[in-house]
Design a protein. Structure first.
Ligand code: MSK
Length: 665
């Protein structure tokens, strides 16, 4: 059999730091997810959603026209069940993360977690109002306890529906109620997916997929939104900070600790421990100059947004970080941690430390996190990393890092646009209505080893900002843009179209806004809901000239996110390939079918140009439906810094004439 062709480093990634390390991997014959993707073909039947393995009579692979499983299940039922189970796993992951944060807040409020406190009492009160918790005259820690208990109730309460649903526009809430897809509580809808998709239960594809929307809404407007709010309460609501991105943030002469995964609970403590003078001295006693922290995936995004901890890289760079030979400890918590890191780390001095009771990896050192003695555990981890520094061999740290300004919580965006007393998204709506900003794209999600790393993220974001589309980002997509240098206000001058550039200059924001980790897509929902209720852009999320996308998606969480965005009214384009591409009917239901029901649709497309074309067409159609002027970039660009720069290049008399329309006498 012909051997599968292995991609060159330049074909495998668009990121310079990654390309240089992939080169090293080739030379040293180190296995990574890139090489495994090249040598291990994806199962074409499973990848298209045509394999049923929900019972012991299968797996049944439905590859022929009209073929059914042993039980008689059709391809439509099988594909819908496969899709629904992806949503269940994704929603469970985000939501269980949120639940743990609620337990941390409860432990802090009851005095059992002395290293945690309430950092944002304002946000706590805001949560209390949504969760029907009385706030008047109550001490903060008492309020924190009741908010934590109310939040925990949202996961498994007996009656009613998720209280945060009322944060959506009224019209949207009506759609959910009329369709019967308003989630009752987070856990119940996930459990019900597993029940419905058990052999011999729900066998109508559309019915199964309707319930997928219900469970996903429990993620977006429930588990994830609670996770975001609880993190802000415990660790502070993000605002702009300056930081750096890419593997060049690692230091040759310092102890390097990578934090990787999704939860901020322990990583916040490790960041604190790394600044402890006693531990810095300990690191120095081992020959290092100090301690450097770098993040991978969404633990990175969490600590970046609040503490400015540099981003070492996104999902596909976790193994590449080890290849630098400069990582003394990689501390992982939950989600998106490749098992391959352990085998690779065995060939270097890097110690992989697992910390979650939910995520042990064979061969890794397990130091279980316990919120009751969080800082103590964090200090033990930092000490271990310092001990490993003495075992380092040669290092290959790529000389690549880029400055960025993250921290765009929805609270900060309101403040940036309206000031402290009149925080508002009105100027954003006005800029869209006038056509300065053509529309908004939320570019989110992962990297995928089967497609060129960062390629689609880079391409689509470049095209959008060039065409005056404001881009908001989370997750590994955000890290891709950070590395590309699109997250500083200066980037607006160079890369943004004339209208977007005027807005970025006036407000002092980058054209691509980093809004956090993958649970923080709830921040994007909050912004969209506020835009819809602010006025001028319709009354619902589906009216806004906006598109959501995950061009390099790979995780089940991305499918859940896409589903809750669609159920919230958004047009969502997923890159790579559809997990149900083997079934035309299911592809039709999640696109045309869902659009007819909820106003949002999900499509899959792996061609960057086509993703951009479809997005622009959608944005322009929504503009036309709202009666807004056609997008015309020639109207903009003659104000702001650009204009001043142009004027400054003229001799003084012409400058005055151009600026004021008269000549110097
Ligand atoms: S980490 S879910 S690879 S965004 Fe949130 Fe990145 Fe996707 Fe994991």
């Amino acid at each position: 059999m012909a051997k599968k062709r292995v991609r060159t480093p330049e074909e495998a990634s668009r990121d310079k730091a990654s390309i240089s390390l992939l080169q090293l991997a080739c030379e040293g014959d180190f296995e990574t997810s890139f090489s495994r993707a090249d040598t291990l073909a994806a199962c074409p039947i499973g990848s298209d959603g045509m394999c049923c393995k929900v019972c012991g009579m299968g797996p049944c692979r439905l590859v022929k026209e009209g073929q059914t499983g042993v039980c008689g299940a059709t391809l439509e039922t099988v594909a819908a069940r496969n899709f629904a189970r992806m949503v269940a796993a994704g929603a469970a992951s985000h939501s269980d993360h949120g639940r743990d944060l609620a337990y941390t807040l409860l432990a802090a409020a009851e005095g059992h977690a002395p290293d945690y406190t309430v950092r944002d009492p304002g946000k706590l009160k805001e949560m209390a109002a949504y969760l029907d918790v009385e706030t008047d005259g109550r001490p903060i820690m008492e309020l924190a306890r009741d908010v934590a208990l109310a939040a925990l109730g949202e996961f498994g309460k007996v009656q009613g529906e998720i209280l945060y649903l009322k944060r959506a526009p009224k019209k949207r809430q009506e759609i959910w109620h009329n369709l019967g897809i308003a989630p009752r509580n987070v856990d119940r809808e996930i459990v019900e997916i597993m029940h419905r998709t058990h052999v011999g239960n729900d066998q109508d594809a559309e019915h199964i997929l309707d319930h997928s929307m219900r469970a996903a809404l429990g993620d977006g407007w429930g588990g994830s939104m609670l996770a975001t709010d609880l993190s802000d309460v415990l660790f502070g609501t993000p605002g702009p900070v300056i930081s750096e991105a890419n593997l060049g943030v690692l230091q040759d002469d310092e102890v390097n600790i990578i934090i990787h995964g999704h939860e901020p609970t322990l990583s916040e403590m490790i960041v604190a421990a790394a600044q402890d003078p006693e531990l810095i001295e300990y690191a120095q006693s081992k020959g290092a100059k100090g301690i450097t922290m770098g993040g991978i995936c969404c633990t990175a995004n969490e600590t970046l947004m609040r503490q400015g901890v540099p981003l070492a890289g996104n999902f596909l760079q976790q193994e590449l970080a080890i290849l630098t030979g400069a990582v003394d400890a990689m501390v992982v918590d939950i989600q998106c941690i490749m098992q391959g890191v352990v085998k690779l780390a065995e060939q270097f001095h890097t110690e992989i430390i697992t910390t979650s009771p939910k995520a042990k990896i064979t061969g890794a050192t397990h130091m279980e996190f316990d919120e009751h003695r969080a800082l103590e555990i964090a200090k033990e981890i930092v000490r271990k990393a310092a001990d490993n520094f003495t075992k380092r061999g040669n290092t290959n740290i790529p000389d690549e890092s880029t400055q960025l300004i993250p921290g765009f919580s929805h609270e900060y965006i309101n403040y940036a646009l309206g000031g402290f007393y009149r925080g508002s998204l009105r100027p954003l709506n006005d800029a869209i209505a006038a056509g300065r900003i053509r529309g908004v794209v939320a570019n989110i999600g992962c990297n995928n080893a089967r497609i060129c790393h960062d390629d689609l993220h880079r391409y689509v974001v470049t095209e959008f900002i060039k065409n005056d589309v404001l881009v908001v980002e989370t997750g590994c997509g955000a890290i891709a843009s950070a590395k590309q240098g699109y997250m500083t206000p200066e980037a607006a001058l160079e890369h943004a179209g004339p209208g977007l550039r005027e807005v970025c200059e006036a407000v002092g924001i980058p054209p691509v806004l980093h809004m956090g980790s993958c649970v923080d897509n709830s921040r994007i929902l909050t912004v969209l809901a506020q835009m819809a209720t602010e006025g001028g852009l319709g009354e619902d999320i589906s009216d806004i000239p906006a598109v959501g996308m995950a061009p390099e998606w790979m995780s089940e969480k991305a499918i859940s996110i896409a589903t809750y965005c669609v159920a919230s009214g958004a047009y969502v384009i997923m890159g790579h390939s559809s997990p149900v591409s083997g079934c035309e009917e299911v592809d039709r239901i999640i696109s045309d079918g869902w659009e007819a029901k909820v106003g949002g649709r999900m499509e899959f497309c792996n061609d960057g140009e086509e993703i951009v074309r479809r997005s622009m067409a959608h944005i322009d159609k929504k503009r036309a439906d709202l009666g807004l002027p056609e997008y015309d970039p020639s109207k903009w660009g003659k104000s702001g810094d650009w204009r001043i720069q142009e004027l400054m290049e003229l001799p003084l008399p012409e400058r005055i004439e151009a600026a004021y329309g008269n000549t110097v006498k």
